[in-house]
Design a protein around this ligand. Structure first.
Ligand SMILES: *Cc1c(COP(=O)(O)O)cnc(C)c1O
Length: 354
């Protein structure tokens, strides 16, 4: 794939690395590529970051035909920029695309697009501990047409946002609300795809949980509202009686890359790992008998998010005494170590940007 590069004439001042927050600062450039039926993906380019000009009739605004991805670039102590398993994001892009009738992108082109735009803006990768450059690839349907059908034109765009340390003062356990009224996805729906509609469906429960002082929602299955699925933007793991347990991928759960990495590491370390159905009742039982030893969320944003408290209806389960469990801490150290280049990349998970 040939990528044209047009550099900005007005580079922005770099932000203060101590106050990056998440998702509101953008770099100087973005990657753009168009799709036209009959022509395929074309005109791959890196251009200055700018607003888009789209018809108000563009299909993405009306029927939500879009998908997105999320990954990060890390700058190690050696000054080299690293991506963590970007080929997995490329694969998942095409799984989302297939579900949403969006044309696929060759995996190597996806990775090359990410590497190229990150390389152009590599001075934007922050270097303070815990910071990174968040990478947001997404595809939108752009036909100006109000009929309900797959679009014939699309844009694939990658924007970059320097982001602060997720945990300002070390790994902090969160409180999680098990949602028993609303559901996020059902089998046969698009829960396994990374698409805006799933998030639109989740906002109402998130607002409810926040109002009650919980930071995130844990979803139950959409049919029986009995089995654990995942957290808002994280997969969920439990340590029950010495075993690592996580809900199996059933079509309504997002197949997280962090989830896959955690399973791989835990197996390497000799833990028994079970991917299976996990009911709320099982958790309540395990909690009562003292066998619910740890609970943590996994996702690109935080890597590991220890859960100190789980609320279900009138029950509040306090886990690991509200502290970080040893397995959560070990996984966090290992993955962030590989990403930062201080731990050996034995499994070939790192792609250097240049
Ligand atoms: C992105 C996402 C995750 C986490 O996936 P990672 O690849 O580990 O970042 C989990 N659940 C949902 C709903 C997501 O959108």
């Amino acid at each position: 794939m040939e990528i044209k590069i047009e550099r900005t004439k007005n580079p922005k001042a770099k932000p203060d690395q101590k106050n990056l927050g998440f998702g509101h600062i953008f770099t100087d450039h973005m990657f753009v590529m168009n799709y036209t039926e009959g022509k395929g993906w074309h005109d791959a380019r890196v251009v200055p970051f700018e607003n888009l000009s789209l018809s108000p009739a563009a299909m993405v605004f009306h029927y939500g035909q879009e998908m997105f991805e999320g990954l990060k670039a890390y700058k190690g102590e050696d000054g080299r920029a690293r991506l963590f398993r970007p080929e997995m994001n490329a694969k998942r892009t095409n799984a989302s695309n297939e579900r949403l009738c969006i044309p696929k992108i060759p995996e190597e082109d996806f990775v090359e697009a990410v590497r190229t735009v990150v390389s152009v803006d590599k001075d934007w990768i922050p270097t303070e501990k815990g910071t990174s450059l968040y990478i947001r690839p997404f595809i939108i349907a752009t036909d100006a047409f109000l009929g309900v059908a797959p679009s014939k034109t699309y844009m694939f765009i990658i924007i970059l946002s320097p982001s602060g340390a997720y945990y300002e003062s070390g790994l902090a356990p969160v409180g999680i609300w098990i949602e028993d009224e609303y559901v996020r996805a059902v089998r046969g729906g698009m829960g396994f795809a990374k698409t805006g509609g799933n998030y639109a469906a989740s906002l109402i429960a998130q607002v409810k949980a926040h109002d009650d002082g919980y930071s995130q929602v844990l979803w139950l299955d959409g049919v029986e509202r009995k089995y654990i699925e995942e957290v808002g933007a994280m997969n969920i793991f439990f340590k029950i009686d010495g075993k690592i347990v996580t809900p199996m991928l059933n079509g309504s759960i997002l197949p997280g890359i962090t989830r896959n990495s955690v399973i791989t590491l835990c197996k390497e370390w000799g833990y028994e790992v079970e991917e299976r159905k996990v009911s709320v009742d099982e958790l309540l039982e395990a909690q009562k008998s003292g066998k619910l030893e740890e609970c943590f969320g996994t996702g690109t944003a935080a890597v590991i998010s220890p859960v100190g408290k789980l609320r279900y209806k009138d029950d509040v389960m306090v886990i690991s005494g509200g502290e970080i469990g040893p397995v959560s801490a070990r996984i966090y150290d290992e993955i962030t170590g590989i990403q930062g280049g201080t731990k050996e990349d034995k499994l070939g998970w790192i792609t250097f940007v240049d």
